[in-house]
Design a protein around this ligand. Structure first.
Ligand code: C2O
Ligand code: CU
Ligand code: CU
Length: 516
């Protein structure tokens, strides 16, 4: 694995960033969580980003080398119109090639920002995007093949609010940082001196890189101040590999209003919200009732404290009742599918018992349900602790630790190859995909250039988290998707599909397709 930090980071003196420097003290002395800076493009139709090195003092013990967009770590929350034109320019002041992929935007392949759109050091990427999709919370991150995990880890990621400006009329909170909070949840490792560390070993590639320290918006040990009313949380799991089972310590409900691709038809109360890397969810939480200091926790794998909240009566409580209904984009009719496709994510070549399935075979439905529908909840405990690394021993090429072979990570038996188009889809058509995972891990499967709907997981109905429009789904058993191709992607800028455990993606659990 390339362990170089971003050249020019500490040495060239990127701006020293203390995430959320403009905090206020809360009553008990804990520092308040701050939002990423907001970058509103709705009036200008222009977006200028700069990938740049930074120095970030996460723990108050001194600076770590980091990277960000327009700042030292992470990037601004970009507000975009969901149906407008946007002129984008991205520069690169890093010492290495990066990209900006819009994860969740349904834009043509040339605008998608995947591995085929590298921005070289000192270079620039300029595209004119025409956006046309339902409002949603999406995100952006570097997607330079082989470096995606390290880039995201060190900070090359941010959130996008795709908006039609009508949330106020929907009765939804819109006060950024007041009753509309953007929360980027990430786990990170620090060395004894408090510096951010990314040095994956073989186990970290197999399980994905997991860490014990939680950052929210790049900040540790903060408290989120909220008004005594309904608050919207726009959640992004921006971690490389960790799944979260989000819940409040007092078990108050979270009213799920949106998944990756936009609104649900109506709020759905959940006590427990599973979020895999790459997924977004929007929930409304009522802080008017119950205690004034609930804590957002995670119960999947390691129990963790994610973020304490504190009701602050000086903040305006503008929304006090749940909307009855939301204007969700209607689902596609399952009967519209004109072809089926099977995709099997593989770990460990053929040795895990996962057969290599030829591209495009018609799938008998219900086959391949290796994991039960509810393997989900505890399956990430220890994250593959029972996983046998045996088959992976052997020499490794550059870019992977000793003992991991690129060919161990693949889809339908083929590791990612930038020069190979894995299949071709037809614009305007609908396909039914059956996607299965491999090994002891439930892989989060992501597709570029589309939003899809989940028909079933492990033969059962999708969980609430998977009940709306999605671009990333946890393969907790054979998963049936309905995918419609609305935009085109040619062979020079194909769309990716991959595991969103970023170490798996970089190691080859990725493929690419065109839409014509
Ligand atoms: Cu979030 Cu292919 O990416
Ligand atoms: Cu994506
Ligand atoms: Cu995976």
């Amino acid at each position: 694995m390339d362990r170089r930090l971003f050249l020019g980071g500490l040495a060239a003196g990127g701006a020293l960033a203390t995430p959320g420097a403009a905090f206020a003290q809360s009553a008990d002395g804990r520092r308040r969580l701050t939002m990423p800076q907001r970058l509103d493009t709705t009036a200008t139709g222009r977006l200028d980003l700069m990938a740049q090195p930074g120095e970030t003092d996460f723990l108050g013990t001194g600076p770590s080398a980091t990277a960000g967009f327009n700042q030292g770590f992470l990037g601004p929350t970009i507000v975009m119109r969901n149906d407008g034109a946007l002129a984008v320019r991205v520069g690169n002041r890093l010492g290495e090639t990066a990209t900006v992929h819009w994860h969740g935007l349904v834009v043509p392949g040339e605008h998608d920002g995947g591995p085929h759109s590298p921005i070289r050091p000192g270079g620039e990427w300029a595209v004119e995007m025409a956006l046309d999709q339902p409002p949603a919370t999406v995100w952006y991150h570097s997607h330079a093949h082989g470096s995606t995990a390290r880039h995201v880890y060190y900070g090359l990621a941010g959130v996008i609010h795709l908006t039609d400006g009508r949330d106020d009329a929907r009765g939804l909170p819109v006060g950024y940082g007041i009753d509309d909070l953007t929360l980027v949840i990430q786990d990170r490792r620090f060395d004894p001196a408090g510096r951010l560390v990314y040095a994956p070993d073989t186990t970290d590639i197999l399980n994905g890189f997991l860490a014990g320290r939680i950052l929210v918006n790049g900040q540790v040990d903060r408290v989120a101040a909220v008004p005594r009313g309904l608050v919207r949380l726009r959640l992004l799991n921006g971690s490389n590999a960790r799944f979260y089972g989000l819940h409040f310590d007092d078990r108050r409900p979270m009213h799920l209003i949106a998944t990756d691709g936009g609104y649900l038809p109506r709020p759905r109360a959940v006590e427990f919200l599973r979020m895999a890397p790459g997924e977004r969810a929007e929930v409304l939480v009522d802080f008017a009732a119950g205690g004034d200091a609930p804590v957002l926790m995670s119960a999947l794998g390691l129990p963790m404290r994610i973020l304490p909240f504190a009701v602050d009566d000086t903040l305006p409580a503008r929304i006090t009742r749940l909307p009855d209904a939301l204007d969700a984009a209607p689902f596609i009719d399952a009967g519209a599918a004109t072809r089926t496709r099977r995709l099997a994510l593989n770990m460990g070549g053929g040795s895990t018992g996962i057969s290599r399935i030829a591209d495009g075979l018609v799938a008998p439905s219900g086959a391949h349900a290796r994991h039960g529908a509810h393997a989900g909840r505890g399956a990430h405990a220890g994250h593959g602790a029972d996983f046998d690394p045996g088959p992976f021993l052997g020499g490794g090429p550059d870019g992977l630790p000793e003992g991991v072979r690129m060919s161990d990570f693949s889809i339908n038996g083929r590791p990612y190859d930038m020069r190979r188009i894995d299949f071709e889809a037809t614009r305007g058509t609908v396909e039914r995909w059956t996607v299965t995972g491999g090994g002891a891990i439930e892989h989060p499967f992501h597709v570029h250039g589309v939003q899809f709907q989940v028909l079933s997981v492990g033969g059962g109905a999708p969980r609430p988290e998977d009940s709306g429009w999605k671009d990333t789904v946890v393969l907790a058993g054979a998963t049936d998707l309905l995918v419609r191709f609305d935009r085109t992607a040619g062979p020079t800028h194909p769309y990716m599909y991959h595991c969103h455990i970023l170490e798996h993606e970089d190691a080859g659990m990725m493929g690419q397709f065109t839409v014509a």
